[in-house]
Design a protein around this ligand. Structure first.
Ligand code: S3P
Length: 434
């Protein structure tokens, strides 16, 4: 799939970003093992979360769509899952694969997890190794990538210190820990997103926060969930940057999740001089929520504090775009995790933005970007949904027409992205590659 974009007028209006992907995955998995029916409003209908739903269905869980569009998950209880008849295909979704690896390691049956070509290149030892420390039998390919083969068994409690801050790995260990024969303690170098922890606590799990970690005691049951999933700040980020960059723009983004462990993008953009108003802060089912209003602004270069990196990790592709069009130099370090996302996001974004005229120096864990102007040309998002959308934002602020190749996976997180661009008056051409 490729897109062609031409910059036009100011971007003005209201955009309702799609539901949070991280939270949607977790409601599908945790709802499946709850005791009774969960009701989830605003579940994200995107390729990644639907892959997780299908996987959980193959484990014997029934999902229904209610008349009002909400999802009913008929939870089977902690011990009600059944072996799937074949491999579970998680498509493009690292979250689905890693979280399910934790859950399945503790079941009394064998499972195999596979993915698409991008997911099949991603590192899985980071989740397999700590699960092994809980007693799991779990194998990955020789180079540490999927498929993941699990021979489920009784796990034991342990104290684990992770070398990488990863919410996916932490969540996998907590899911496994629900079934262990003693407490599971998980510590990480810097706090990663805590959606699993918030949901588990709301379901009655005995989960306590410690300095730089969590202690979970084995569970006997989990209460079902009744909640509305907030809008995804990671999807809203494209509009925050687009409106900041295109003169005369003003976009309103209602009901967006602003969990502090996800809100690094707001801090970085504010440091760059963005005009973002955070209104009507409130709480919905244990997650902070707000309405965001953004207006165009003159952005300037930024030195990103490495402490903010984990809380903005998925927003760097579009933050690179903001930096490429800001006044002055931006410095981003401590972001080596970007190399092992759906693509090598440092490499993909640096090549594409360089092709558009940006001056970028790459490091193993980040970039220096000298801000200036961009011109339209042909660039490749390498099948990475966030790079495709970030490059679309770059195209809106570039001179001339931009052609973006490799946009086929945008349905992973934001199926309505092109429709939302058009609602704002942007001329977008789409073409399926031959
Ligand atoms: C996610 C955690 C992050 C993030 C990913 C979603 C999650 O990955 O990049 O898009 O839902 O737990 P890591 O756990 O690898 O940091």
């Amino acid at each position: 799939m490729e897109w062609t974009l031409t910059p036009g007028t100011a971007l003005r209006g209201q955009i309702r970003p799609p539901a949070d992907k991280s939270i949607s995955h977790r409601t599908a998995i945790l709802g499946a093992i709850a005791d009774g029916d969960s009701e989830i409003h605003n579940f994200l209908d995107a390729a990644d979360t639907l892959a997780t739903l299908r996987a959980v269905q193959k484990l014997g869980v029934i999902f229904e769509t209610n008349e009002d569009g909400s999802r009913c998950i008929h939870g089977v209880g902690l011990h009600g899952l059944h072996a799937a008849s074949g491999a579970l295909d998680l498509g493009n979704s690292g979250t689905g694969m890693r979280l399910l690896a934790g859950l399945l390691a503790a079941q009394r049956f064998a499972s195999e997890l596979v993915g698409d070509p991008s997911l099949s290149r991603r590192p899985m030892r980071r989740v397999a190794d700590p699960l092994t420390q809980l007693g799991a039998r779990i194998g990955v390919a020789e180079d540490g990538t999927p498929p993941i083969r699990i021979s489920g068994r009784q796990l034991h409690g342990a104290r684990l210190s992770l070398s990488v801050s990863s919410a996916q790995v932490k969540s996998a260990l907590l899911l496994a820990g629900l079934y262990a024969d003693g407490p599971v303690e998980v510590y990480e170098p810097a706090p990663s997103r805590d959606h699993t922890e918030r949901l588990l606590q709301s379901m009655g799990a005995d989960l306590r926060c410690k300095p730089s970690g969590w202690v979970l005691r084995p569970a006997r049951r989990l209460d079902p969930l009744h909640m509305v999933v907030p809008g995804d700040l990671s999807s809203a980020a494209f509009w925050l940057v687009a409106a900041s960059l295109v003169p005369g723009s003003a976009i309103e983004l209602p009901d967006v999740g602003v969990n502090p462990l996800r809100a690094g993008v707001l801090r970085v953009l504010e440091q760059m001089g963005a005009r973002i108003d955070i209104r009507n802060r409130r709480d919905a089912a244990g997650e902070p929520l707000a309405d965001l209003h953004v207006q165009s602004a003159d952005l300037h270069g930024v030195r990103v504090d490495p402490c903010v990196v984990a809380a903005a990790i998925d927003e760097f592709p579009v933050l690179f775009v903001a930096a490429a069009l800001a006044d002055g130099v931006s410095f981003i370090r401590g972001a080596q995790e970007l190399r092992v996302k759906e693509s090598d996001r440092i490499g993909v974004m640096a090549s594409a933005l360089r092709a558009m005229g940006a001056e970028i120096t790459e490091y193993p864990d980040g970039v220096d970007i000298v801000g200036g102007s961009l011109y339209g040309t042909s660039v490749d998002a390498s099948g990475d949904h966030r790079c495709a959308m970030a490059l679309a934002v770059a195209a809106l602020a570039a001179q001339g027409e931009t052609r973006i190749l490799g946009c086929q996976n945008v349905d992973t997180s934001y199926p309505g992205f092109v429709a939302d661009l058009r609602r704002l008056g942007v001329a977008v051409g789409t073409r399926r590659a031959a």
